[in-house]
Design a protein around this ligand. Structure first.
Ligand code: FES
Length: 169
């Protein structure tokens, strides 16, 4: 889709979290001063700051990517892309919480001997949590290697992560 004024802030992936972030930037009238607040929200939504996300923010706020990276790496409350080859983000937002996301997280922690926010010793898997993935309708939701999976159970989420670990997707 060609980038026009109307859709320039819609991320081509269709991931709703970008829309939520875009709404925040709009509320701040795309003021570069809002960068820290925008990064905070981005981290809450995505759990960590990926290159693609930082570039999207830089583009939207009309800031050079170097300044956005500068701020994101300066403050230690921001975490950049985790080290693991694969990532699993468990949503701990209200809708997911009431549908049992704690159970998902505990099962993953036990299965991989891993605490949330950490990466396995072999660098294969990072386990993360997020406040709301913007997919409350399919709670409890997780994102495994960038793809959102809803209505998860302890068994299905482990099955999904195993698939990623062994088939690389
Ligand atoms: S609370 Fe989990 S997707 Fe919104």
């Amino acid at each position: 889709m060609p980038i026009t004024k109307e859709n320039s802030n819609i991320h081509p992936s269709g991931d709703k979290r970008f829309q939520m972030l875009s709404a925040t930037m709009k509320r701040h009238q795309y003021a570069p001063d809002a960068l820290i607040e925008v990064l905070h929200q981005a981290q809450e939504l995505f759990s960590y700051l990926e290159d693609d996300l930082l570039l999207y923010i830089a583009h939207s706020l009309k800031l050079p990517p170097s300044s956005v990276y500068g701020v994101a790496t300066f403050y230690n409350f921001f975490s950049l892309k985790p080290k693991g080859v694969h990532t699993c983000v468990v949503c701990m937002g209200t809708a997911c919480y009431v549908k049992g996301s704690t159970n998902l997280l505990t099962s993953l922690e036990q299965q991989y001997q891993l605490q949330a926010g950490k990466t396995t010793f072999d660098n294969q898997l990072s386990l993360l949590t997020a406040r709301c993935l913007g997919a409350c309708g399919i709670a409890p939701a997780v994102v495994v290697d960038g793809s959102i999976e809803g209505h998860q159970t302890a068994e299905s989420v482990i099955h999904r992560v195993e698939e990623s670990l062994h088939h690389g997707s």
